[in-house]
Design a protein around this ligand. Structure first.
Ligand SMILES: C[S@@+](CC[C@H](N)C(=O)[O-])C[C@H]1O[C@@H](n2cnc3c(N)ncnc32)[C@H](O)[C@@H]1O
Length: 248
């Protein structure tokens, strides 16, 4: 289950890659824009503001996230659906997917199929975290293996920029793919633990019996504090992200 309040605690840092991604999309007057994995929809609403003539649809599988979605714009709609199965009833001018495809099993095929749903000249804009080899995730996989040996966390759920360039190029797109490592400065006594609580830690806590939560969090939290020590000006948390802006 997603917790929009926990996820939204870092809205500024989580929103920045969305802006960087969308800066590379040069569509002028799209009529249909879809945000796949729209979460609570604040960023989706920015798409409706950028393209005032467009119908904008946010698609997400989480009822909790969608319950927070803005409802004030008639051109902005949301629907609850799984990205693996949802497909549009008409060609899309722009598909956006930000910080979602890492959760979608078989996302490479989903991306190919979404490219197939694009109108001529349509765009697919993708952003995924590329930090699965970072200490935050390696330590999470190690702690999970000790506490929940039956839960396998995928070590490499995403491709690198060359992988997306290859995949989307083979699907018939012209592709601009790149990566950026944001040096995030976090505040608070357990900032990295607090960050991952909104995302990567969710499936682990959901599977772990509640009586083990405190012990797990104490062990994983201590490992995170050692890997990301607090400095004079906060805790530095490098965060690599992978981007692709493709058009047909
Ligand atoms: C990290 S949030 C990203 C929200 C927003 N796009 C952003 O950039 O901040 C990931 C979202 O993906 C959604 N999600 C995960 N798996 C999904 C799937 N198979 N189909 C649709 N949405 C999915 C989750 O419900 C969640 O809202």
């Amino acid at each position: 289950m997603w917790d929009p309040a926990q996820y939204g605690r870092y809205a500024d840092q989580r929103g920045r890659p969305f802006h960087d991604l969308m800066a590379r999309v040069e569509a002028c007057a799209p009529s249909y824009v879809v945000d796949v994995g729209c979460g609570s929809g604040e960023l989706t609403a920015l798409l409706a503001r950028r393209w005032p003539e467009a119908m904008v649809l946010g698609v997400d599988s989480s009822a909790e996230m969608l319950a927070q979605a803005p409802s004030s714009m008639p051109r902005l709609k949301f629907t609850q659906a799984d990205a693996r199965h949802w497909r549009p009833d008409r060609p899309i001018d722009i598909v956006v997917s930000s910080a979602t495809m890492q959760w979608v099993e078989g996302h490479e095929q989903v991306l190919r199929e979404l490219v197939g749903c694009l109108a001529p000249g349509g765009w697919l804009a993708l952003q995924v975290p590329g930090n699965f080899a970072a200490p935050s995730h390696v330590l999470l996989r190690e702690a999970t293996a000790r506490w929940l040996p039956g839960l396998a966390l995928r070590a490499e759920p995403v491709l690198d920029p060359a992988g997306y360039a290859e995949l989307l190029g083979a699907a018939g797109c012209r592709v601009d793919a790149w990566e950026t490592t944001y040096l995030q400065v976090l505040a608070g006594p357990e900032p990295v633990l607090d960050w991952v609580k909104g995302t990567a830690l969710r499936p682990v806590l959901a599977a772990l019996p509640p009586e083990h939560h405190a012990g797990f969090l104490a062990e994983y939290g201590a490992a995170l504090r050692a890997a990301y020590p607090s400095g004079r000006f906060g805790t530095l948390f490098p965060f690599r992200r992978v981007f692709a802006a493709a058009h047909t």
